[in-house]
Design a protein around this ligand. Sequence first.
Ligand SMILES: [Zn+2]
Length: 367
Amino acid sequence: MKAAATKLAFDNGGAFIQDTRREVEQYLSRGSTRLKGAILLYVKAPIALALTAVSWSVLIFVQPGLIVSMLCLVGLVVGAMLTAFCVQHDANHGSYFKQRRWNHLVGWSTDSLLGFSSYAWRVKHNVAHHTYTNVDGYDDDATQVPLAKFAPSQSSRPWYRFQQYYIWPMYTLMGLRWQTVGDLAAFKRGSVGESALRPPRGWNLVGVFAGKAFFITWAIVIPLLVYPWWAVLGAYVGFTMITSLIMATTFQLAHCVEEASFASADEMRSERRIWAVHEVETTVDFCPRNPVLTWMLGGLNFQIEHHLFPKVPHTHYPKIAEIVRRNCAKHGVRYSFHPSLGRALRSHFLHLKTMGQLGLPAEIEMG
Ligand SMILES: [Zn+2]
């Protein structure tokens, strides 16, 4: 097991977060506001579950023709997306219920419906990514060396110059990796990024194995009883690749874009940063005025607000964004957002292109 490296320290205070927190607490102090946010959050779980259950049941028990089968696969993808963005993400952050055990139970939808461990996710996402956002080597999401270069401090490789093209098929494979060897490799290594990942014990261990067994049963074993192996394999791989592409792209649009800042561990050690300012400046919102996307993505297009208030249900983020924006302007904190999905995707593409060329020897034009 790898020992966790020296922890990087932040300054947790500052006038910006104090003012913002005060206003957010004031906004949430009304009982009706909290209740409305909770209802809007809770209503998504049965929708996600029903969409998944109905699509799967039709495929297994009705065995329809090609067009209806394809519609059912779309239903499974949308159900998985809603589970990933609107159910497990909130629950694993602890924003669903007051008690941890109920949050972990709902968060187990990661294991049972998406096929990877919620126990490992809580370290990978809540600790490594949320604490050390865009810090090279510490934030697992920002570190894909030697496959790609996301941060300026990462070393250069000749193949990175094409990363803005090959990154998309790479994103489609991330889900398959986490469902198969990714979790187990992280448990064996004992770390995610530089954050310690203790071997699961007790109910956590039961959750890991029961989750894998449940997922394999509904996604592979039962379908094999009614369909030929090649149809099951095609549907499973297609389902996982599409959900993986959507998930990876959504998370990357918030942090791996031209407007987001990055830091190396050395930079973090040489200058103690204010945590809240670091989170805002390493994160970028997108499509804040798109209600459909905001509903579907569980507020992950409001990642600045999510990083500042991860334990607040995502249904409050559009309102909190107004408070954060106002306080950023007041305290001179850089707040960035992309008004459209096209602009956000373009910025991700251009960031990858710039990073891919950074540090490579300049080509000498002949003639
Ligand atoms: Zn999060």
